[in-house]
Design a binder for this molecule. Structure first.
Ligand code: KG4
Ligand code: ZN
Length: 352
């Protein structure tokens, strides 16, 4: 079974061809970071136009790399939400057109499901497992019970973790995307130089709230007189911020693990996915916690953590082998929570 997958929900235009033997036959990704960098964040109109400009070529490229024609495929998958509507339309229309012309099934994939199932492309990880999904547009703890069955334990009530990194980096004048820049700078800083809050720590449940931390960084920067902050202080703020995030994630993850273990005693897999999972400091902090709780940490390699077409193609394989195909009338969903039973808060954030 071979599936073409398309991802265009945010600022990456990507496609990949994957089979049900866990082989990536081809993958290609065009990042729009340079186009958005001058604005310090993603501009939806620029993103939609760039997807239009690049997608056809990227799809033709992966098919050529895989040495396949469209008739060799068993299905065509595309991210149908959550995300920016322009990009979602470009990706799903392209997938539907290919599927309709070649008489193939179309698979509308939830972007968050792509992240949630990505580790199963690497190895045969059984359901259920606990997932911490942390990226620029979403931050949530989810029990992955099966393909299409997700139980939301908690999510952010305001900013996503990646968003907090990006906004903090902007305040520090580091540019976009902020995560890697803060991680790098934090290595030279002393986290104890600045005392930043750890919102939600010690509270029940596993919801996150990060806007207070961001405000504290803004106040700290203002106190140090805006743009003439010595570079040593910048590094110290970066380190203090990253450590605060680490403390918050460890506390919240501890509660999520206890809820997961109460529901599924003996199950031990904890998966982290999303762009923030690339952060080595946070990985180390979470790995210590997870070990201490008797669970095992699984983190996909970085190129599978950040947005990519491969995870969408793989989610397409997972859905296709269960017969979960979609009609050509499937409408994109800019908001699309993984767990439809959870409260609307947090479950279906739009990418930012
Ligand atoms: O999953 P992703 O590529 O796109 C979304 O779905 O949002 O994640 C991008 C986010 C950005 O906010 C970026 O700053 C963050 O992931 N990120 C990191 C690191 N690398 C990327 N955050 C912290 N540390 C990193 N090393
Ligand atoms: Zn994502």
């Amino acid at each position: 079974m071979i599936v073409l997958g398309i991802e265009s929900s945010c600022d990456e235009t990507a496609a990949a061809v994957v089979n049900d033997q866990r082989q990536i036959l081809a993958e290609c990704l065009h990042s729009q970071v340079a186009a958005h960098e001058p604005y310090g964040g993603i501009v939806p109109e620029i993103a939609a136009r760039a997807h239009l400009d690049y997608l056809d070529e990227i799809v033709a490229g992966v098919m050529a790399d895989a040495r396949l024609t469209f008739d060799d495929l068993d299905g065509v998958a595309a991210t149908a939400g959550p995300g920016l509507i322009g990009g979602l339309l470009v990706g799903t229309m392209t997938a539907k057109a290919i599927a309709a012309f070649h008489g193939l099934p179309f698979l509308a994939v939830n972007h968050l499901e792509g992240h949630a199932l990505s580790f199963r492309l690497l190895e045969d990880l059984d359901f259920p497992y606990l997932l911490l999904l942390v990226s620029g547009g979403h931050s949530q703890f989810v029990i992955v019970e099966g393909v299409g069955t997700y139980r939301l334990l908690g999510s952010t009530v305001d900013d996503a973790v990646g968003e907090a990194f990006d906004k903090t980096a902007k305040l520090l004048g580091l540019g976009y995307p902020g995560g890697p820049k803060i991680e790098e700078l934090a290595k030279q800083g002393n986290a104890k130089s600045f005392d930043l809050p750890r919102p939600m720590i010690g509270r029940k449940g596993c919801e996150l709230s990060l806007s207070g931390l961001k405000t504290a960084v803004r106040q700290t920067v203002a106190r140090l007189a805006g743009d003439s902050i010595p570079s040593g202080d910048l590094a110290n703020i970066a380190a203090a911020f990253q450590t605060a995030i680490g403390d918050v994630l460890v506390d919240r993850s501890g509660n999520a693990i206890r809820q997961f273990q109460a529901r599924y005693p003996g199950r031990e897999a904890f998966v982290i996915a999303g762009g923030v999972a690339a952060n080595q400091y946070l990985r180390t902090r979470l790995s210590e916690l997870v070990k201490g709780e008797g669970m095992r940490l699984h983190v996909p390699p970085q190129k599978l953590c950040t947005d990519n077409g491969t995870m969408i193609a793989w989610a397409g394989v997972e859905r296709l082998r269960l017969g979960l195909t979609d009609g050509f009338d499937f409408a994109v969903k800019p908001r699309w929570p993984l767990d439809p039973h959870a409260s609307s808060k947090g479950g279906g954030e739009v990418h930012s």
